[in-house]
Structures are given as structure tokens and as C-alpha cells.
Design a protein around this ligand. Structure first.
Ligand code: C2E
Ligand code: CA
Ligand code: CA
Length: 861
């Protein structure tokens, strides 16, 4: 604003003084030149007037002479004397005379002054109005007797810038004036010719005695006598003209002065701009900046005063020079105690981290900013945490001159963090450990194992011992869950006691444990541990006065064998454990070359099975079952067959175990069952009745919710459905919901049969639990019956149990008539075996069933 106004003032002054200089120069010129101008004009007019008078004189002179001469003309004299005819002679005379150009008319008067003649000689002659003037003049001349020249004023003459004069001469006869001749002359005033360009004049010929002469004299006119006439040439100076000339002079003067002043003023303006305006503008700018900075500083100071954060300003030696009130509040010191102190001495104490101190010191020395959390002491006693930010302050030259420290109390946050950390680690511990035994859990194992796999220690091998308790379910079922928990805790205790300091024991779930360890080159260390564990776990433990017995199977795998990659170790240990169980449990199996081969074989077979499943190569075969007494068909057992494109019909012994091992059995059962159910429906459509159809199911399949759906959706009405479950299933540990599903199936009218009964050691308790409809006597007992008493006794006692429980009995593996008769005799209700029929394709079953029907119809007839 100020900058703009100074600009305006400067340029205003410059232009003003320019105008001022111009005006005053013009006035000065005017004042100094005015008298000179007037004088010059006067002299010019005077000389002009004189010249003009001389011109007029010269113009008039011939006419005056002519008039005097003509007045003496005898014809004219005669005429005025009364000889009328002489007038014509005078006219002739006139026409024979060369008259000056100015002469326009002639008047002739008699001695009494009466006009007696009038002659026009020039086209310029204008009027008769001159006659009065001429008469007046004639009278004057008659009285004086002297020739006279007079002016005549006519409107026309004034208008046209000309003047008319009357020249009178007495016409004498013998010395007496007998008349008067008056000549009219016309005098042009060529005003332009007497104008020299700088002045103009208004000239008139006047009679000295006339009013005109008086007036013009009174107006300051210049009067010059016209010699021959006695008249005066009166020239009046023209005031307006004089003013005009003056104005023109002034304007020209001003213009030339203006032109002359322009350059110096422009130079002055430019210099002024450079030396005054620009420095002034700069000064103004820096003043504004300073004002803004001052305002900002003031605001900053106010903010710092009111800030919740403690703010310190120190010199380069870290002596406190300034602090805000918040600093006093947070540190607990007064202003006097703070000023000039070193913050480190004032605030830090024994528990302040030395590392943090060193970091701060390094940052200060390097003039680098730092943000750090440090423990401080309020009043030197009470600990509190601050978050501290220190930055170096630099001057305009970039030189450090002090430090600024901003800090805030973060004790609450620190406390919360510590609490959170404690809670989190407790939760983490829980998430990674088994609550019952306190051992690391599966998640812990997975995470740790994944980490180890990601960064394997090349110098050391890893070994995994997989432990599975044998018949733990039995303990749980017969002695209760508390006993089960006791067993698990006991196993955990044994693990902790037996493992090495670096070995990690894990409860991966249920009754499964893992120990993983690093080993040198061989499996020995793991084997020794497993053997020791096997031995100790086998020892019975006391529970409520009874001894609990259980065992464990062990599978060991180690990367030292170089058979599998780290990531496959768990699977290898699993395979070894599986083999240990296969081999009869309660033993240690190491994953070695033979096991590796087996696993690979299984894997290869599994792949083939998978392909077969995809291609739909698995088919249900049907083996009919017969009533022992009537030998009529009472049902059929569905047995899976793999119709291999190369091998032909493949028996379950070649694929079932692998399918079971690799969890493909459930899907296989599902496929076979679906096909079988469709076939049974087809039988109904064909009018062939199959009273019952039995399916072999695994425990897994029994737990499959889809099984119930499939049962509900069975597409036939008359054929009953039955499921065969291996006796061994009830020796293994099965989930509770198996029982639930069995109940559901029974509710739907399905019967449950226990397969291969007599082969294992299913307890009466489990038998009661399942409440089967039929027991299928194991084939081996049937085979042995004809020649082994033991077998016969076994068969008898099974039939006895079945009778007492009101359960039916089926004998399978009936190969001969002897078998059939013997089983019938001993009380079996249903017979199944090659003696009657081998398992057959559906098409063959159709043929078989219609043949059977035919046969019995014939018998009936
Ligand atoms: P299993 O349930 O005991 O079936 C009876 C087995 O004995 C069948 O063998 C059958 O062909 C055979 N067999 C029948 N009568 C005689 C006989 O007089 N003498 C002899 N030596 N054998 C006889 P297969 O078909 O090889 O089945 C073997 C086992 O595979 C079955 O034993 C059963 O446990 C299982 N299995 C068969 N099909 C399936 C299936 O679809 N699903 C399930 N989960 N298991 C099945
Ligand atoms: Ca069976
Ligand atoms: Ca069987």
C-alpha cells in the first residue's frame, strides 16, 4: 500500500513539476516578450501604415491631378456657365481620356452647388447615394474655392473592405468658381497585403475633422497623413489579433519547452525510480517480511507458552536458555532451578538407558534430529517416560547455535504397552500351548517347524518322533475322562523327563505327541529316546487304586537319512507310525529305505486309484446270502471291484488299504454305494426282488453326514439296507458321534452287522454299545470249523452270545457243503460263500436272481 502510494507521489511530483516548469516558463516568456511584442507590433503597424499611406497617396495622386485638370476643361467650363450643349463635349472628352482605374463617377455642380451632370465611367460605380456627399463637398469647395478630397462612408464600402473618396475641384472662369467637378474614386484596402503574418490592421482613410478620426485616435490608432489630400490614414491595432499572436507564441514556446524538458525529466524519472522507488519498494518488502516474522514469532511464542509438550531451548553446550511452563509441570522443577542447567543432569537418573543417552549424545554432536523414548526423573526422584524430539537450530548462515527439545510424558502409554505386552504374551503362550499338559501345541509345532524348514541348519539334521498312544480310547471309555487326562499328563511328564535339553515335546492333539530334535548324522539319538519312552509308557500307573495300562506306537523320521526333504519329515514320521501300528502297535519304526519304498509304492498305487476313481473304474459286485434252512436268497453283500483296463478285475486287497491310508476310501465307498443303489432300483424295475443289500462301511464313512442323505434318497422301496462294520473298528478309538449316527441309521430301519466277528477282541461293552442286528462270523473260524474244535467252540459261543442278545448270525466263507451244513447245524441263520456263489457283476446277479426265482417257483409247484 505504502509502496504504491510512494510511487504515486513520485510520479505525481514529477509530472506536476514538469507541468509547473512548463507553465512558469510560458508565463516568463509571455511577461518578458509582451512589451517587446507590443512595441514591435506598433512599429510594424507604423511602417505598414506609412507604406499604406504612400500607396493611397500614389493611387489618389493621378485622380486629384485629373480632377484639377478636367475642371479646367473649356467644355466643362462652358457647360457650367450655361452652355448646355457643352456637356456632351465634356463627355467626349472624358471618353477620350485614359482614366485611372480607381475613378468610377463624375458629378458636376453649378455655381449654386446644384448638380447639373453625372457620369459613370466604371462598372464599379455603385450608387447615387454618393450624390448627397458630393453636393455637400461641392458646396464646401464653392465656399472655399479650394480643391478638396473627402471620404465618404458607405455601408457597402465598409463591408467590402474598400473606401470611396470624393475629389472635388472648382471649375473656374476667369478666376471665379463657376461650378465644381467631383470625382468619385474607389480605393481598395487589401488588408492581407499589409499584414506581415505577425500582425493585422484595420486601416481607414479619415478626414482629420471627422468623427472617425476622433474615434480611431481614442482607440489608440495610428494616424498617418496622406500628403496630397490632407486626409489621414488611420490604422487601428487589433487587440484580439495581438492576443492570438501572443497565444500562438505561448503555445509554441510551451511545446518547445516541453520538448526540451522531456528528456531531462525522463532521465530524472528513471534515476528517481532507480535510486528512490526501487530501494524504497525493497525496503518496504523487507519491512513487511520483518513484520510478518515478528507476528509469527509472537504466535509461536504464544503457542510454546501454552503447549502441553515441554519445550526447551539450549545453547550448543546444552545449557537451558529458555523453557515453557509445561516443562516446569512435567519436570517438577521451578524456573530458577531449570535456567542454565544441563537437561541430562537435571532429568536423567540411574535407570535411564545408557544406550538412549549415547544415541542422544551422538545426534547432538552430529547436529542431527532425533526422536527417542527416555526414562526421566521428576524432581530427581519419580520416574516417568517421555518421548523426546531434539533438533538443532541453525542461523541464516547455516551455523548451529543451539538445540530445541520437545518432549511429552508418555508414561501412561508405556504402562499400557507393558500391560498389553504381558497380556499378549500370556495369550500367545495359551495359543501356543496345550492347556492340560502345558506342552507346546500343534500350532506351536507348525510355526516352529515351518521356520526351521525355511532356514534349515545345514550342519545339523532334524529328527521327528511321532507318538500315538495305543487304545487310549479304551482308558477314556472304561475309566472316565479324568483317567484319560491323567494318562496324558503322565505321558507329558515322561516326555519332559526323557528328552534332551534342546528337544521340543509337543502334544499335537488327542493322544498324539511329537518330539522334535536336532541329531548328528544318525537316527540313534531319536531311537534311544523312543525306546526309553516306549518302556516308561508301558509301565502301568495307579488310578483310584487300579492300575492303568496302555502303550504307545512310535514313528521316527530324520533328515539324516536323506530320504525326504525337511518339509516331508512329518509325513515320513506319520508313515513310520502307521507301519508301527500295522505291525501290531507298541513298537518303534524308523523311516528307512524299506519304509520309504513302501510309502512310494502306496503313493504310486494311490495315484492309480485316483485315476481309476476319476474314470469310474470301480464297480459294485454282489455276493448273494442265503437262508441256512430254506437255502433261499435273503440278500447280497456289495463288494467293491476295480475293473482295471489292463489288469481286469482287481480285488479289494490290492487297493483298499492304500485307499484307506490315503483317505480315499470314503469317496470310493460313496461311488460304489451310489452305483449299487441304482442297480438295486433297477432290480425292482425288473421285478426281481433282492430282500436285503449290505454295504461294507468304514468308521469314517459312518460319520459322513452324506451317508444319511444317500440312505434317505435310496431309489427303491422293497429292499432292506444293511451296513457291515468291522469288529476292529470298535477296538480303535472312535468318535462319540459314531454312536449317534448308528442310532440314526437304525431309526431309518437299517440293520447293522458286525463283520469278521471273532477275529479281534471286541469287548462285550462295545458290543452292547453298538447293539448290532447281525454278527458275521469271521471266515477263518468257518474254514477251521470242520477240523478244529477250538474254531467250532468259538462259533458256538458266538452263536450263544448272539442268541442271548437276540442278534442274528451270518457265516461267511462257506466254501463247501460241509461248511454250509455245519453252520446251519450250529445255528447260523444266514450263509454266504463260494459254495453258493462268488461275488458277481450286476448283470450276472440279474440272471442269478431270475434263475433262483424260477427254481423256487418250480419247487413250489
Ligand atoms: P468282507 O467284508 O469280509 O467280505 C468278504 C470277503 O470274502 C470278500 O472278499 C469275498 O469275496 C470273500 N469271500 C466270500 N465268500 C468266500 C469264500 O467262500 N471263500 C473265500 N476265500 N472268500 C470268500 P473281497 O471281495 O476280496 O473283499 C475283501 C474285503 O474288503 C471285504 O471283506 C471287506 O472288508 C472289504 N471290502 C470289499 N468291498 C468293500 C467296499 O465296497 N467297501 C469297504 N469299505 N470294504 C470293502
Ligand atoms: Ca463284509
Ligand atoms: Ca467278513
Amino acid at each position: 500500500m505504502a509502496g504504491r502510494s510512494i510511487n504515486r507521489v513520485f510520479w505525481g511530483l514529477l509530472i506536476g513539476s514538469f507541468a509547473f516548469a512548463l507553465v512558469f516558463s510560458a508565463i516568463a516568456v509571455w511577461i518578458t516578450s509582451k512589451p517587446f511584442l507590443a512595441d514591435t507590433q506598433k512599429q510594424a503597424i507604423m511602417s505598414q501604415a506609412k507604406r499604406e499611406a504612400a500607396r493611397v497617396d500614389a493611387l489618389l495622386d493621378p485622380s486629384v491631378s485629373l480632377t484639377a485638370f478636367l475642371a479646367t476643361e473649356p467644355s466643362l467650363v462652358s457647360f457650367v456657365m450655361g452652355d448646355q450643349a457643352r456637356d456632351d463635349a465634356f463627355v467626349d472628352r472624358l471618353s477620350n481620356t485614359i482614366l485611372p482605374q480607381e475613378v468610377t463617377e463624375f458629378f458636376v455642380f453649378d455655381f449654386e452647388g446644384q448638380p447639373i451632370s453625372f457620369h459613370i465611367v466604371s462598372p464599379q460605380a455603385q450608387s447615387m447615394e454618393l450624390a448627397a456627399g458630393a453636393a455637400d463637398l461641392a458646396a464646401f469647395v464653392l465656399s472655399t474655392g479650394e480643391p478638396t478630397v473627402r471620404t465618404i462612408d458607405s455601408y457597402r464600402a465598409v463591408q467590402s473592405g474598400t473606401q470611396e473618396l470624393l475629389i472635388a475641384a472648382p471649375i473656374r472662369n476667369r478666376g471665379f468658381a463657376e461650378g465644381v467637378l467631383v470625382t468619385v474614386v474607389f480605393i481598395p484596402f487589401e488588408t492581407d497585403t499589409i499584414s506581415d503574418g505577425t500582425s493585422s490592421m484595420y486601416a481607414r482613410i479619415v478626414d482629420p475633422s471627422s468623427n472617425w478620426a476622433l474615434v480611431s485616435a481614442g482607440q489608440g490608432a495610428i494616424n498617418v497623413p496622406i500628403e496630397a489630400t490632407g486626409l489621414i490614414l488611420s490604422v487601428k491595432s487589433e487587440a484580439s489579433l495581438f492576443r492570438q499572436i501572443g497565444q500562438a507564441l505561448v503555445i509554441q514556446t510551451i511545446l518547445s519547452i516541453a520538448a526540451a524538458l522531456l528528456l531531462p525529466f525522463a532521465v530524472f524519472g528513471w534515476l528517481g525510480k532507480q535510486s528512490i522507488l526501487l530501494p524504497h519498494a525493497e525496503m518496504e518488502m523487507s519491512r513487511n517480511k520483518l513484520r510478518e516474522q515478528q507476528k509469527e514469532l509472537k504466535e509461536l511464542a504464544a503457542i510454546a507458552e501454552r503447549a502441553g509438550e515441554a519445550i526447551l531451548i539450549t545453547d550448543l553446550d546444552c545449557r537451558i536458555m529458555w523453557h515453557n511452563p509445561a516443562f516446569e509441570n512435567i519436570s517438577g522443577y521451578t524456573s530458577e532451578e531449570i535456567r542454565g542447567q544441563l537437561p541430562s543432569k537435571l532429568l536423567q537418573g540411574p535407570n535411564t538407558s545408557a544406550e538412549a543417552r549415547a544415541q542422544i549424545r551422538a545426534a547432538l554432536q552430529a547436529f542431527e534430529p532425533i526422536t527417542i523414548e527416555v526414562l526421566n526423573y521428576r524432581n530427581g526422584t519419580e520416574e516417568y517416560w517421555i518421548q523426546l524430539s531434539i533438533s538443532t537450530m541453525f542461523d541464516d548462515e547455516g551455523q548451529p547455535y543451539g538445540y530445541m527439545a520437545i518432549s511429552q510424558d508418555v508414561s501412561d502409554r508405556k504402562r499400557d504397552e507393558a500391560n498389553l505386552l504381558a497380556t499378549t504374551s500370556a495369550m500367545e503362550w495359551q495359543a501356543l500351548h496345550d492347556e492340560l499338559t502345558g506342552l507346546p501345541n500343534r500350532r506351536y509345532f507348525n510355526t516352529t517347524f515351518d521356520e526351521i524348514c525355511a532356514n534349515p541348519d545345514k550342519t545339523r539334521a532334524l529328527a521327528i518322533v511321532r507318538i500315538d498312544l495305543d487304545h487310549f480310547k479304551n482308558v477314556n471309555d472304561t475309566m472316565g475322562h479324568e483317567a484319560g487326562d491323567l494318562v496324558l499328563c503322565e505321558v507329558a511328564r515322561i516326555l519332559r523327563e526323557e528328552i534332551g535339553p534342546d528337544d521340543v515335546p509337543v502334544r499335537v492333539g488327542g493322544d498324539e505327541f511329537i518330539v522334535f530334535m536336532t541329531v548328528d548324522g544318525t537316527l540313534q539319538k531319536a531311537q534311544i529316546l523312543a525306546t526309553a519312552l516306549l518302556k516308561r509308557i508301558a509301565e502301568p500307573i495307579e488310578y483310584e487304586g487300579k492300575s492303568l495300562r496302555y502303550g504307545a506306537s512310535f514313528g521316527i523320521a530324520s533328515s539324516s537319512c536323506k530320504l525326504v526333504a525337511h518339509s516331508d519329515l512329518v509325513r515320513a514320521a506319520d508313515a513310520a507310525l502307521y507301519i508301527a501300528k500295522e505291525r501290531g502297535r507298541n513298537q518303534v519304526v524308523c523311516y528307512g529305505t524299506e519304509e520309504h519304498r513302501q510309502v512310494n509304492e502306496v503313493r504310486a498305487t494311490a495315484e492309480l486309484i485316483r485315476v481309476g476313481l476319476d474314470r469310474g473304474e470301480f464297480e459294485p459286485f454282489f455276493q448273494p446270502q442265503f437262508d441256512a434252512k430254506t437255502r433261499r436268497i435273503v440278500g447280497a453283500e456289495v463288494l467293491a471291484r476295480w475293473i482295471h483296463p489292463q489288469k481286469g478285475v482287481v480285488l479289494p486287497s490290492e487297493f483298499l488299504q492304500v485307499a484307506q491310508q490315503l483317505s480315499m476310501l470314503t469317496i470310493l465307498d460313496k461311488i460304489v454305494m451310489e452305483k449299487a443303489l441304482r442297480h438295486v432300483a433297477e432290480l425292482e424295475d425288473l421285478g426281481l426282488t433282492l430282500p436285503r443289500v449290505s454295504f461294507n462301511v468304514t468308521a469314517d464313512r459312518l460319520c459322513d453326514p452324506e451317508l444319511l442323505i444317500a440312505v434317505d434318497a435310496r431309489p427303491f422301496r422293497h429292499t432292506k439296507m444293511s451296513f457291515e462294520i468291522l469288529e476292529s473298528v470298535f477296538l480303535d478309538d472312535q468318535p462319540e458321534y459314531l454312536d449317534f449316527n448308528l442310532d440314526r441309521l437304525r431309526d431309518k430301519g437299517l440293520s447293522i452287522e458286525i463283520d469278521d466277528f471273532g477275529s479281534g477282541h471286541a469287548s462285550m461293552i462295545s458290543l452292547m454299545r453298538v447293539r448290532p442286528d447281525v454278527l458275521k462270523i469271521d471266515q477263518r473260524l468257518v474254514f477251521g470249523a470242520p477240523h478244529s474244535r477250538v474254531c467250532r467252540n468259538m462259533v458256538r459261543s458266538i452263536i450263544g452270545i448272539a442268541d442271548s442278545l437276540d442278534i442274528g448270525v451270518t457265516a461267511e466263507g462257506v466254501e463247501t457243503q460241509e461248511h454250509a451244513d455245519m453252520m446251519q447245524e450250529m445255528g447260523c441263520e444266514t450263509l454266504q460263500g463260494f459254495y453258493f456263489s462268488e461275488p458277481m457283476r450286476f448283470e450276472d446277479l440279474c440272471v442269478f436272481l431270475s434263475a433262483e426265482r424260477q427254481k423256487h417257483m418250480q419247487i413250489a409247484q
